[in-house]
Write a protein of this length. Structure first.
Length: 94
Protein backbone atom coordinates (compact mmCIF):
# COMPACT_ATOMS: atom_id res chain seq x y z
CA UNK A 1 0.00 0.00 0.00
CA UNK A 2 1.28 3.44 -0.91
CA UNK A 3 1.71 6.10 1.73
CA UNK A 4 -0.71 9.01 1.65
CA UNK A 5 -1.07 12.23 3.63
CA UNK A 6 -4.40 13.96 4.01
CA UNK A 7 -5.24 17.10 5.95
CA UNK A 8 -8.58 17.54 7.65
CA UNK A 9 -9.44 20.09 10.33
CA UNK A 10 -5.76 20.99 10.66
CA UNK A 11 -4.66 17.40 11.31
CA UNK A 12 -2.28 15.61 8.96
CA UNK A 13 -3.20 11.94 8.68
CA UNK A 14 -0.55 9.51 7.41
CA UNK A 15 -1.99 6.32 5.99
CA UNK A 16 -0.21 3.27 4.65
CA UNK A 17 3.15 1.65 5.22
CA UNK A 18 5.96 3.82 6.56
CA UNK A 19 9.12 2.26 5.13
CA UNK A 20 12.71 3.43 4.81
CA UNK A 21 12.03 3.91 1.10
CA UNK A 22 9.34 6.56 1.63
CA UNK A 23 10.71 8.17 4.80
CA UNK A 24 12.98 10.53 2.83
CA UNK A 25 10.13 12.14 0.89
CA UNK A 26 7.95 12.25 4.00
CA UNK A 27 10.79 13.88 5.93
CA UNK A 28 11.16 16.59 3.27
CA UNK A 29 7.41 17.23 3.31
CA UNK A 30 7.14 17.59 7.07
CA UNK A 31 10.38 19.56 7.50
CA UNK A 32 9.08 22.11 5.02
CA UNK A 33 5.77 22.14 6.88
CA UNK A 34 7.56 22.68 10.20
CA UNK A 35 9.52 25.57 8.70
CA UNK A 36 6.38 27.28 7.38
CA UNK A 37 3.84 26.77 10.18
CA UNK A 38 3.67 27.31 13.92
CA UNK A 39 2.37 23.85 14.74
CA UNK A 40 1.89 20.39 13.28
CA UNK A 41 -0.87 18.01 14.36
CA UNK A 42 -0.15 14.50 13.17
CA UNK A 43 -2.33 11.39 13.27
CA UNK A 44 -0.53 8.09 12.83
CA UNK A 45 -3.37 5.70 13.63
CA UNK A 46 -3.63 4.56 10.01
CA UNK A 47 0.05 3.71 9.58
CA UNK A 48 0.47 -0.01 9.12
CA UNK A 49 3.19 -1.69 11.22
CA UNK A 50 5.00 1.28 12.69
CA UNK A 51 8.34 -0.18 13.76
CA UNK A 52 11.19 1.35 15.77
CA UNK A 53 12.67 3.12 12.74
CA UNK A 54 9.29 4.74 12.09
CA UNK A 55 9.01 5.83 15.71
CA UNK A 56 12.53 7.28 15.54
CA UNK A 57 11.63 9.05 12.30
CA UNK A 58 8.55 10.69 13.85
CA UNK A 59 10.60 11.52 16.94
CA UNK A 60 13.14 13.31 14.73
CA UNK A 61 10.30 15.47 13.35
CA UNK A 62 9.26 16.26 16.91
CA UNK A 63 12.82 17.27 17.83
CA UNK A 64 13.12 19.47 14.74
CA UNK A 65 9.89 21.19 15.76
CA UNK A 66 11.15 21.80 19.28
CA UNK A 67 14.48 23.12 17.98
CA UNK A 68 12.53 25.51 15.73
CA UNK A 69 10.29 26.64 18.62
CA UNK A 70 7.27 25.04 16.95
CA UNK A 71 4.54 22.83 18.41
CA UNK A 72 4.24 19.19 17.34
CA UNK A 73 1.34 16.97 18.43
CA UNK A 74 0.59 13.34 17.77
CA UNK A 75 -3.19 13.24 18.05
CA UNK A 76 -5.54 10.41 18.99
CA UNK A 77 -2.76 7.96 19.78
CA UNK A 78 -4.40 5.05 21.57
CA UNK A 79 -2.12 2.13 20.72
CA UNK A 80 -0.43 1.23 24.03
CA UNK A 81 2.60 -0.34 22.33
CA UNK A 82 3.23 2.84 20.33
CA UNK A 83 2.73 5.03 23.39
CA UNK A 84 5.41 2.98 25.15
CA UNK A 85 7.79 3.37 22.18
CA UNK A 86 7.27 7.13 22.06
CA UNK A 87 7.83 7.40 25.81
CA UNK A 88 11.22 5.73 25.31
CA UNK A 89 11.98 8.53 22.84
CA UNK A 90 10.82 11.13 25.41
CA UNK A 91 7.84 12.10 23.26
CA UNK A 92 4.75 12.84 25.34
CA UNK A 93 2.66 15.10 23.07
CA UNK A 94 -0.27 12.86 22.15
Amino acid sequence: MALSITKQSGIFEIEGELTPCNMASLKSYFELLIDRTQYVKLSINKIKDLDNSGVQFISSLYRKSVESNKVFFIVNLTNKKLIKKFKKENIFTY
